[in-house]
Design a protein around this ligand. Structure first.
Ligand SMILES: C[S@@+](CC[C@H](N)C(=O)[O-])C[C@H]1O[C@@H](n2cnc3c(N)ncnc32)[C@H](O)[C@@H]1O
Length: 370
């Protein structure tokens, strides 16, 4: 898949009309959204908020059925498709985090439990959903028993109000709760310190970011393997998260640009850079979407996202390799850290004409010269 293919929106047929989606965007196909879309009980004209819409199947369905729908999404990849679906079905979509929703404003809330983003994120999203509802409003949640549905449902009943399971489809559950109480938002920010390339740094993280309590060992290995940088270096960090790679390289004097798809990660990166007085340029970007085509760097680093057996996420990692090739100066160097079983070498070799294995251990560090 080329970068152009990666970035191209496409449509898929659904019972509610053609739905825009794209590689790297979550939300379709996904049984959680299907359960939320099929809800017959939302009255036409009701004010509905979707706090984890992905590309927006459920928001799309309810807007088409006459509800007044808003959707808040943090991923740029998902948002690009969501914005098109919002235009097509006539609902409002904005970039944001669940806990930024207006309070006591909605008759119904839709939430596909974002279990893949960790317990802290799910708990914050549930509390935010409870707060956004008017008293007596309904919260519809969908999730999988294999991903903690029962536990989250129990916690939500305790914090928000009476609830019952409405549908069961294999391991998937759809439940509804009625707002009786006003849940407290849990504390959102956490921080920790780490010593990286001789710099003591303090990181600030929001719920849902990768490796939120300490620097990932693969990222550490990449940092240990990189040669010293010079102040002339312009570094691109693809999938920067809260800046485990960006910050130490900025502390070494390089000009660093960090691209991050998830708003929680991007906010954590900006806040961590501020905390350490480091001038990192942090951009909300699906792969290289936020850069102009001709913007070039001397070094590209990445610890790319992956998911075993999850083709969507490997599409993203492959797009990272293409973006590294596109945005490197001639003679520039690309460094990638990965699990040994992920075979990036053929793609890197085919684009760069060379690939080296600098470390081969619990993780491997690959490098290539443009
Ligand atoms: C394995 S983590 C590495 C994070 C950080 N560089 C570190 O070393 O801790 C991969 C990062 O890529 C981000 N990501 C996933 N899909 C992306 C996309 N389409 N565009 C940009 N970043 C993406 C994830 O949100 C995550 O922060």
């Amino acid at each position: 898949m080329t970068l152009e293919d990666y970035h191209r929106l496409r449509t898929v047929p659904t019972p509610y009309g053609p739905l825009f989606t794209k590689p790297g965007a979550r939300g379709f196909p996904d049984p959680r959204y299907q359960l939320l879309a099929e809800l017959p009980e939302i009255p036409s004209g009701a004010r509905v908020l979707d706090l984890n819409p992905g590309v927006g199947l459920a928001a799309f369905a309810h807007a088409r059925k006459g509800a007044s729908v808003e959707a808040i999404e943090g991923s740029r990849a998902a948002f690009r498709a969501l914005a098109e679906n919002a235009r097509a079905a006539g609902f409002k979509a904005r970039v944001g985090l669940p806990w930024e929703a207006k309070e006591e404003a909605f008759d119904a809330l839709l939430l596909a439990l974002p279990a893949e983003r960790g317990t802290r994120y799910v708990q914050a999203a549930l509390a935010a959903a409870g707060r956004a509802l008017k008293p007596g409003g309904l919260l519809w949640i969908a999730g999988s028993k294999k991903k903690g549905f029962d536990r989250y449902f129990k916690e939500a009943k305790r914090e928000i109000g009476y609830g019952r399971v409405e549908r069961r489809e294999g391991p998937y559950r759809l439940a509804v709760l009625q707002k009786e109480k006003d849940p407290e938002l849990p504390p959102l920010w956490r921080d920790f310190e780490a010593e990286l390339r001789g710099h003591r740094l303090r990181f600030k993280t929001l719920p849902g970011v990768f490796s939120e309590d300490g620097v990932d060992p693969a990222s550490r290995l990449l940092l240990e393997t990189l040669p010293p940088l010079s102040p002339e270096d312009r570094v691109l960090d693809l999938g920067a998260g809260y800046g485990a790679l960006s910050l130490p390289l900025a502390a070494e004097g390089a000009a660093v640009t960090g691209l991050e798809d998830e708003l929680a990660g991007l906010r954590s990166l900006a806040e961590s850079a501020r905390e350490n007085h480091l001038p990192v340029r942090a951009l909300h970007s699906d792969v290289d979407e936020a850069l102009t085509g001709d913007e070039k760097f001397t070094i590209v680093v990445t610890n790319p996202p992956f998911h075993v057996g999850g083709s969507v996420v490997l599409d993203v990692a492959k797009a990272f390799v293409h973006a590294a090739h596109r945005h490197l100066d001639k003679g520039g160097r690309f460094y990638l850290v990965a699990n040994p079983f992920l075979k990036y070498e053929p793609l890197i070799e085919s684009l760069f004409g060379n690939v080296e294995t600098l470390r081969a251990d619990r993780f491997k560090v690959l490098a290539a010269t443009r």
